[in-house]
Design a protein around this ligand. Sequence first.
Ligand SMILES: Nc1ncnc2c1ncn2[C@@H]1O[C@H](COP(=O)(O)OP(=O)(O)OP(=O)(O)O)[C@@H](O)[C@H]1O
Length: 312
Amino acid sequence: MALIREKRFSQMNLSLHVPSRVPFQDAAAAARRQCPPPVAAASTSSTPASRASQFRLADFERVAVLGRGNGGTVYKVRHRETCALYALKVQHSGGGGELAGAEADILSRTASPFVVRCHAVLPASASASGYVALLLELVDGGSLDAVARRRAGAAFPEAAVAEVAAQALSGLAYLHARRVAHLDVKPANLLASTDGEVKLADFGIARVLPPRAGDHRAPPYAGTAAYMSPERFDPEAHGGRYDPFAADVWGLGVTVLELLAGRITAFKKSKMQNLLNCVITTKFNITNGMLQTTDLSAKQQGQERHFNNLLD
Ligand SMILES: Nc1ncnc2c1ncn2[C@@H]1O[C@H](COP(=O)(O)OP(=O)(O)OP(=O)(O)O)[C@@H](O)[C@H]1O
């Protein structure tokens, strides 16, 4: 419970120490530059995260702060040479370096339109000692949490939630097929673009799990309590085991309910499963808490972008 309290407390206090100075120029310098209209670097770029040596922090100038979390600060940055826009997640070395490395390691295994892309890991250098930064694809609409806050508690239209659910499930299906469990699925970790794309982000506590059937021993307690399934919230009462993949589906279920209701609601497991199966319009299917998919591509082609107007 102490860990739960610690996590809840840290979630309330989003102004935890993050570096106030990072070694790249700020918006004033950016404004002096002659750049064409800003474009985000292509999410389908062939730049793998492992080619980190191509980029240095000094290659970027800061445009704005996109968000702050427990892991660090995320900046909107512009590449000086190409003027391409990125998100730069800067983490402090007090444990953050290791975490950023794990996050980068997982992101470097992924190349899905439904998962935020990591273009490079920018390691600490002599001039930037203590900082580790992930150079991420910029998702220009921000998190669904922020979108929901702008709507001041108004529920999302069902068609928009269906679209969010379908894309998030596509991301989870992709990850789970590679044995990656996200473990922190919630509106704050789903990013939306003004083009209507939804992407899973923040792999700070994600895990690559060994190929083994059945339940896994519960990973160390981490995540966001409100989005945890009962067996994850209290593993001891469930034999110390839960399925991390089913836990992701649960987190998405709570997310869907929250977007539909405009707040977190109480529910039973069966209700969650029925709700997800009703709201999703693709061939996804939730059976016994697990995500089943068939013929992803056929359904993806038919997706509509219902929630675009929410981002205005
Ligand atoms: N690629 C991105 N494009 C646009 N905005 C982003 C991007 N990545 C993160 N953000 C913004 O920054 C915020 C914090 O990012 P993120 O969740 O990755 O940080 P964190 O420190 O790991 O957070 P947490 O404390 O929830 O674990 C997000 O909620 C979002 O608003």
